[in-house]
Design a protein around this ligand. Structure first.
Ligand code: RP5
Length: 170
């Protein structure tokens, strides 16, 4: 699936199973908000290893600049993708049906060996993965950087509004 707005995706969102989609949609939503073209598909490290290798090895030449990879349980997808490409990989640990309590997914993605980094976000935090991907791209895109800046300002204002409301309620 590609973001219909633009022909050339620069972020690849991949996940180990369609059961991860509910969580991973949050990354897609953030990229849509920031007007970053992306593609989204299923790539399983264990069930489709050849597809995983092909995806990682062709990602750069296809124009991708960042990959967001989500997986649950024995979550090897982000690390294996990172081992096969020089693109930055953001890993999303997912508390899946085969996950004990989420720690298995977190540690599988977080505890990478020296030389093969994966930027790991919090459990189920695909939203932050989307924001981080946009921030990486924002380094060389002033318009995107401005949209990210406005996002942070809106977030700040919403907290200040809530704080102000608490004050008046007391
Ligand atoms: C992982 O196993 C997937 O990323 C998913 O989080 C989990 C469960 O997959 P299904 O059995 O629901 O397909 O590889």
């Amino acid at each position: 699936m590609s973001n219909s707005k633009q022909a050339y995706p620069v972020v690849g969102i991949i996940m180990g199973s369609d059961s991860d989609l509910e969580i991973m949609n949050a990354a897609a939503d953030m990229l849509t908000t920031f007007e970053v073209p992306f593609e989204l598909t299923i790539v399983s490290a264990h069930r489709t290893p050849k597809r995983m290798v092909e995806y990682a090895q062709t990602a750069k030449e296809r124009g991708l600049k960042v990959i967001i990879a989500g997986a649950g349980g024995a979550a090897h997808l982000p690390g294996m993708i990172a081992s096969l490409t020089t693109l930055p990989v953001i890993g999303v640990p997912i508390k899946s049906s085969n996950s004990l309590d989420g720690w298995d997914s977190i540690l599988s993605i977080l505890q990478m060996p020296n030389g093969v980094p994966v930027a790991t976000v919090a459990l189920n935090a695909a939203k932050n993965a989307g924001i981080l991907a946009a921030e990486i791209l924002g380094i060389s895109d002033d318009g995107l950087s401005e949209r990210l800046s406005n996002f942070k300002k809106d977030m700040e204002q919403s907290v200040l509004d809530k704080a102000g409301k608490l004050k008046t309620d007391q």
